[in-house]
Design a protein around this ligand. Structure first.
Ligand SMILES: [Mg+2]
Length: 385
C-alpha cells in the first residue's frame, strides 16, 4: 500500500448490441457488481463504469500502483462476468477482446487496453479521461502534441512559468517494441517526424520538465499486433492531469475542436474524422462510425473519484460535430478508394490479403518500357513484409 493514488482505466470490447453499436446496460451492470465487490474488499477505492461505443470502460482508483495483479485481476473478472452476460444475451462478438483464457496477473497483452498512472495527489487534482471508439492509440498523437507542445493551443506554455519549461514525450514504436523520449519545445520537429505516422509511433506518456511529474498516459495495446490478425480496432483510452502546473481543462479539450482524421471506422479499415460527443451519443451508427471520443472530467480526492463531468456534452462542440459530418460525407464518397480506405501496411492485418492472394495467379509479366526502382523505408512502413 502506498500513500500515492493510482488511476487505472482498463477497457475491452466484450460484445455489444446491434453489431458494433454500443455496450448493453446489463453488461455494464455485471462489471459494476464485480467492481463493487472489489471496493468492499478494499482492493480498489472507487470506480466508475461506462461505455465508449461498444467498449466497456472500467475507471478505478486505488493505492496499489500500476500493473497491480489484484487490480488487473478485478478488471479481468469484470470482463469475464460481462462476457458471460453478453453470451447469454447473444450480443455481437461476445468476448471479442479477451484473447486468452488464462489470467496470469496482468491484463496487458491479453486484449484489454490499459492506461494507468500513479500520482501524489495535489490538494485539488482534476483529471480528464478520454475514451475513443473505432480508432487506434495513435489517434491521440495529434491532440497530445497540441496540448503539451503547441502554444497556439495551450496559452499556459507561454504565460504560465510552471508550464514554460515544456514537456517530455515518451514515444513508442509499436512494431519494434522500442521507445524514445524527446523534449518539447527543443525537439519538436523530431517529435513530429515520428508521431505523424500514428499507426506505428504512439505517444505513450507525457512528463513535465524538469520535475518529471507525469502529465498524461495512453493505452498502447494494438490488438492486431498482439493477435497477428485483425480482431477489432484498438480503441484507445487516455488519462490527462489538468490545472495548477498542467494545462487547463479547456486547453486539454481544445485540440478536439478540430475533428482530425484517424484510422479505424468500418472494419478498422478506413480513415474518418474523430468526433467529440457526450455520453448520450457514445454509440456508433453511420458506416459503424464516425469514430468518436468522450471525455469525462473527475476530481481525485483521497483516492476517490469525484464526478464525472461529461465534458463534450456542450453546444460549444456542435460546430466540430457538424464539420465532422461534412468530412464523413466527403470521405464516404470515395467508397473503397484510399485515402478513405487505409493504406497497404494497415490493411495487412485485415481480410484484404486473402482477396489479393486469389488474384496473384492471374498476374502476368507486362512490358512497361522501364524497370521500376522501388524504395521502402523500414522505419515508415513497419518493416513487416
Ligand atoms: Mg470499439
Amino acid at each position: 500500500m502506498s500513500t500515492k493514488t493510482t488511476i487505472s482505466v482498463i477497457k475491452a470490447d466484450i460484445g455489444s448490441i446491434a453489431g458494433h453499436h454500443r455496450v448493453h446496460p446489463d453488461t455494464i451492470l455485471a462489471a459494476s457488481r464485480v467492481l463493487a465487490e472489489a471496493k468492499r474488499n478494499g482492493i480498489i477505492k472507487s470506480f466508475y463504469v461506462t461505455n465508449a461505443g461498444d467498449d466497456l470502460q472500467l475507471i478505478m482508483t486505488h493505492h496499489r500502483g500500476v500493473d497491480d495483479s489484484e487490480v488487473h485481476g478485478v478488471a479481468w473478472n469484470a470482463f469475464k462476468e460481462a462476457t458471460r452476460v453478453a453470451k447469454e444475451l447473444g450480443l455481437y462478438a461476445a468476448g471479442q477482446d479477451l484473447l486468452s483464457d488464462a489470467f496470469s496477473g496482468n491484463v496487458r497483452g491479453m486484449g484489454p487496453g490499459v492506461a494507468e498512472m500513479e500520482i501524489v495527489e495535489r490538494p485539488s487534482e482534476p483529471i480528464v479521461v478520454f475514451m475513443a471508439d473505432k480508432t487506434e492509440p495513435g489517434a491521440f498523437n495529434l491532440p497530445l502534441f497540441r496540448i503539451f507542445a503547441d502554444p497556439f493551443n495551450t496559452a499556459g506554455l507561454v504565460i504560465d512559468p510552471r508550464l514554460h519549461n515544456g514537456f517530455s514525450f515518451e514515444i513508442l514504436d509499436v512494431y519494434e517494441g522500442k521507445a524514445v523520449e524527446l523534449n518539447a519545445p527543443d525537439e519538436m520537429y523530431d517529435i513530429l517526424a515520428l508521431i505523424g505516422t500514428p499507426g506505428r509511433y504512439v505517444i505513450r506518456r507525457v512528463y513535465r520538465r524538469p520535475d518529471r511529474e507525469i502529465a498524461a498516459v495512453v493505452s498502447i495495446e494494438r490488438l492486431s499486433l498482439i493477435a497477428g490478425r485483425y480482431v477489432g480496432k484498438d480503441d484507445p483510452v487516455m488519462i490527462v492531469r489538468a490545472q495548477s502546473g498542467f494545462p487547463a481543462v479547456g486547453e486539454i479539450l481544445e485540440p478536439f475542436s478540430f475533428p482530425h482524421l484517424v484510422a479505424g471506422w468500418m472494419r478498422g479499415s478506413h480513415h474518418g474524422p474523430l468526433m467529440p460527443v457526450g455520453l448520450r451519443d457514445s454509440k456508433v451508427s453511420r458506416f459503424d462510425g464516425p469514430p468518436r471520443v468522450i471525455a469525462l472530467g473527475f476530481q481525485v480526492k483521497n483516492g476517490e473519484l469525484i464526478g464525472p463531468a461529461d465534458l463534450f456534452d456542450d453546444p460549444a462542440f456542435d460546430e466540430t460535430r457538424r464539420v465532422a459530418q461534412m468530412i464523413a460525407d466527403y470521405l464516404r464518397r470515395h467508397g473503397p478508394f484510399m485515402p478513405h480506405r487505409l493504406g497497404p501496411e494497415e490493411m495487412e492485418y485485415t481480410t484484404l490479403p486473402d482477396v489479393m492472394k486469389r488474384l496473384a495467379q492471374r498476374f502476368v509479366q507486362a512490358e512497361m518500357g522501364y524497370k521500376p526502382i522501388v524504395r521502402r523505408s523500414e522505419e515508415l512502413s513497419g518493416g513487416h513484409d
